[in-house]
Write a protein that binds this ligand. Sequence first.
Ligand code: ARG
Length: 394
Amino acid sequence: MDKVILAFSGGLDTTVCVKLLEENYNLEVITVCVDVGQPKKEVEKAEEVAKQLNVKKHYTIDGKNEFANDYIAKGIKANALYEGYPLSTAIARPLIAMKIIEIAEKENALAIAHGCTGKGNDQFRFEAVIRSMSNFKIIAPIRELNLTRTEELDYAKKHNIPLSSDKLYSIDENIWGRSIEGDILENPANEPPEEIYEWTATGENANEAPEKVAIEFEKGIPVAINGKTMSLLDLIGVANEIAGKNGIGRIDTIENRMIGLKSREIYEVPGAILLIKSHQALEELVLTKDELLFAEFMSTKYADLAYTALWHEPLREDMDQAIDHMQRRVSGKVVMKLFKGSIIPLSRKSEYSLHDIEHVSFEDKENDQKEVEGMIKHHGLQANIYQKLNRKES
Ligand code: ARG
């Protein structure tokens, strides 16, 4: 029998997919769960459910360090935010897809399958990577059969499929963030209940006193937090904790999805916001005005490519080169103040600082202020002439 590799989380969609692939597509199913920092019990649940479903084989792949070093690091260097969202789900997908391809090659599979519906962005993200990086046939059972969530539940019941989850919401979680969707959250008029949040405090129950946090960067990458040097993966964990308890990183937004739908999305991304804001604070000190303007432009484009499933678009690699070149000078230390949801820089220091303390000082005598007079006469010359003409006409 031909084999299919299924990207598997153990949730409703992918669980139903196992049976559909066996019955409707006549394939032997191998499930793969890539650990990108979702709760440990979910990785274990995927293993258990796969066993209960009697799949031919199940793989658990630890992708956490690779996710941090090869994907999130790029997101930090680029300050990648799509409509304010730090792309936690979006940048995990290319890594998951690559891991699935590896297994499909090893297992000599006929096809790769995913459990995405036809409404979201993830179907594009998985398929774009699988199509550009391999020749495997792609199967998307939920979308192909146009199944609703209720139909999936009925199908599961009819086929005695074990459903371990009675979760109301659709939650996607990894080390870079947590996204909560579905049920009453679908209607933007409904206020989200406090219970949906797990990583972030509200202003009301956040730390009562402000907290300072020091982040050190080397070439754009955070390498130490509060004086402790650690791997990016561990540092993100610490950043999530510190920022989360100070109420940083709650986002409730109306997002523009790829197929044109507007959708209400809720994120908890405390560490991502802390690290990106600190990174930006350091860039302000070491990059020129033109570099900053251009970096901002690249940032928007970078995030758009990552969001819209174009991770393997050559422009992304072109931008990586330009960004890495700029990041050579983004080394130094930033101290941020966190307090009940607000985050501001307190101090920044770098050996590459372009800030000239003597020149900018009001006490400076060496640079003669009068020298600016020549420049000032020419500043806005064309606007000046235009307005003179205007005044004459009226
Ligand atoms: N809207 C986000 C994205 O497309 C997150 C989707 C996460 N999915 C979920 N079921 N919570 O990247």
